[in-house]
Design a binder for this molecule. Structure first.
Ligand code: GUN
Length: 295
């Protein structure tokens, strides 16, 4: 069993980003990312902090907007409008999930698609379906695809089973893997929590991607001998013995499946670091596209 080291691959992606930032700097340009967090969700706060740290590290212009949990739809729309108009900002991310009074779809629709580094705007969703490379692909599935590539996992003709159908991971992951070309050309099955006989469906996977957001949802009965397992889950479970009172576990019961896999991502240290690295990469792409379009 090979452990897929997301930290190491993320470091490689960030080195590429650093080179991109230097190249843009020599043209007098600096990519800028705005991250908007509404409310106090502790996991979201942790992601946002880590995004900001990585921006600093790369020399990106970084704006973090922390808005109170009581922020109205109109206030948030105004913030997004200001960021759309700000020439120093090339990427806008509104952390999901927002508080219940916020209509997330309407917020996503208000983000300039050219700055939608999350790839959530319908225009970017369509570009992914159309295999138009000018669009933005959501960071987490993009990171998963890169991990497969770095570890030499063959996707062409392989059967990939994606467990989870979210707009953030499951759906875009399926579209990426079924697309034509390098690191794609897979036969894709999308399963989810309501799939009948999930274990039998998962057992057919050469590549199993778990993105349901439930701790240890998949166990040994879901994994075929020799399969590659990508675990997208980052779930907090109570653990009185842990320093913070919780620990992070994946959607896959790592200990139960590891010996069956040919390769598997750990949690933490697998997909997590890749998401942030791909966000930086998308922000640099946005800066390039926006600035070359305006010349
Ligand atoms: N919440 C969990 N993952 C993501 C992500 O990739 N982008 C945003 N905006 N929110 C998230």
């Amino acid at each position: 069993m090979e452990l897929i080291d997301g930290k190491a691959v993320a470091a490689k992606v960030l080195d590429e980003c650093r080179a991109g930032v230097e190249e843009l700097a020599s043209a007098g340009l600096r990519p800028g990312l705005a991250v908007v967090l509404v409310g106090e969700d502790p996991a979201s706060r942790a992601y946002v902090r880590s995004k900001e740290r990585t921006c600093r590290d790369l020399g990106l212009h970084s704006v973090k907007l922390e808005l109170p949990a009581t922020t109205s739809q109109a206030e948030l729309l105004e913030v997004v409008g200001d960021l759309n108009a700000d020439p120093a900002i090339h990427g806008i991310l509104v952390q999901s999930p927002p508080p219940p009074q916020i209509d997330e779809a309407a917020i996503v629709l208000a983000i300039d698609p050219a700055k939608d580094v999350d790839g959530f705007h319908p225009q970017n969703v369509a570009k992914l379906a159309l295999e138009d490379p000018s669009g933005f692909v959501p960071c987490t599935p993009l990171g998963c695809q890169r991990l497969l590539g770095e570890y030499g996992v063959n996707t062409r003709g392989a059967h990939a089973v994606v467990v989870g159908r979210s707009m953030i991971v499951g759906k875009p992951m399926a579209m990426l893997l079924m697309a034509k070309g390098e690191l794609a050309d897979a036969t894709v099955t999308v399963a989810h929590s309501r799939t009948a006989d999930l274990a039998a469906v998962c057992q057919r996977a050469d590549i199993l991607i778990a993105a349901v957001g439930r701790p240890h949802f998949l166990g040994a009965e879901h994994v075929r001998e020799g399969a590659v397992v990508i675990d997208v889950g980052i779930n907090r479970v109570d653990d009185p013995a842990a320093k913070r009172g919780y620990r992070l576990v994946g959607d896959v019961d790592f200990d139960a499946v590891a010996s069956r896999c040919s390769a598997i991502t750990p949690v933490p240290g697998g997909v997590g670091p890749m998401t942030i690295a791909m966000l930086m990469s998308n922000t640099i792409k946005a800066c390039r596209q926006i600035t070359s379009a305006s010349h």
